[in-house]
Design a protein around this ligand. Structure first.
Ligand SMILES: C[S@@+](CC[C@H](N)C(=O)[O-])C[C@H]1O[C@@H](n2cnc3c(N)ncnc32)[C@H](O)[C@@H]1O
Length: 279
């Protein structure tokens, strides 16, 4: 890739050096955060990420559109939560900064809102810390969804979010990187139980419901060589993440069908999205 200064969304490129945060481009294995960045037209990615992403694009040429559709769902869900009065956002599996980051969407509705970005990937966290504002209301933590108690105990999280007040928990395109063996449902339930009534959960999740089996297997095989396996789930399996929440209209639906706002819609969507309010 040529030496771009900014990516297609105008973000400053920080992955231009072959060496960053101890990552050597030649050595690195494909990383799911940076592959996603590549699908979105970002420049925070290395050769191994781009090669793996290109393999996926050969199998599913609409993956870039699917990634944009997921980001559009995230923006709509966040805006909706802010419009309902939520002023605290906990974005777990936040990924690399890109266009329409959560704090930007939220601040357009509620300039005083607080946003905690969490990711378990150290490079994603390092880039986010470099690129995001250091205003005290936007913080970036390294944390693992599979260890919710550790995440919740983080002093920076505690200093930023008041768990006795409603929080919007964003689990967008992250749960499909947590295998069943790690019991992601238990982790989500733990986070739900730690938040106040009236808190919200926004979930998006890859599905292969309706997709042809052979390409699906080839696509997930690419991810088996990456930093995290990809675990597509059925509608019923994704719906279980929303247990304990009243799911708002239109329910758990294909991402493009969740409260569309006139943005361009993908013809296909390989993801489910939904938002619930904690009882
Ligand atoms: C596809 S990106 C999604 C980024 C953003 N949420 C979005 O939807 O645009 C998935 C992110 O989840 C992170 N991730 C995967 N497993 C995780 C875990 N167990 N805990 C925290 N983050 C995780 C990856 O590092 C990556 O940045």
């Amino acid at each position: 890739m040529g030496k771009r200064i900014t990516d297609t969304s105008g973000q400053r490129c920080v992955a231009q050096s072959a060496r960053h945060q101890g990552v050597t481009e030649a050595e690195t294995r494909p990383n799911v955060a940076r592959m996603y960045d590549y699908y979105l037209g970002g420049c925070h990615n290395f050769a191994a990420d781009r090669a793996a992403a290109e393999e996926v694009l050969k199998i599913f040429p609409d993956t870039g559109v699917a990634a944009q559709t997921n980001r559009a769902f995230l923006r709509r869900a966040v805006r909706w939560a802010a419009e309902q009065g939520i002023r605290q956002f906990l974005d777990v599996g936040a990924g690399l900064p890109t266009q329409g980051n959560v704090h930007e969407v939220v601040r357009a509705v509620a300039p005083d809102a607080r946003v905690v970005y969490v990711d378990h990937d150290e490079v994603a966290v390092a880039y986010a810390r470099r690129l995001l504002p250091t205003d005290g209301r936007t913080v970036v933590l390294r944390g693992d969804l599979r260890r919710p108690d550790e995440m919740l105990a983080d002093p920076l999280l505690r200093a930023t979010v008041d768990l006795t007040e409603p929080v919007a928990l964003l689990l967008v395109a992250v749960l499909h990187f947590v295998p069943d063996a790690d019991d992601p449902w238990a982790a989500v339930a733990r986070l739900r139980d730690a938040t106040a009534r009236g808190s919200m959960l926004a979930v998006s999740h890859l599905t292969l419901d309706g997709a042809p089996p052979l390409p699906a297997q080839a696509g997930t095989a690419v991810y088996r060589r990456s930093s995290a396996p990809l675990v597509p789930r059925t509608h019923a399996e994704v719906a279980r993440f929303l247990d304990g929440y009243d799911v708002v209209e239109p329910g758990l639906v294909r991402l493009a069908d969740w409260r569309p706002d006139g943005e361009p819609r993908a013809a296909v969507s390989h993801g489910y999205g939904g938002v619930g309010v904690r009882r």
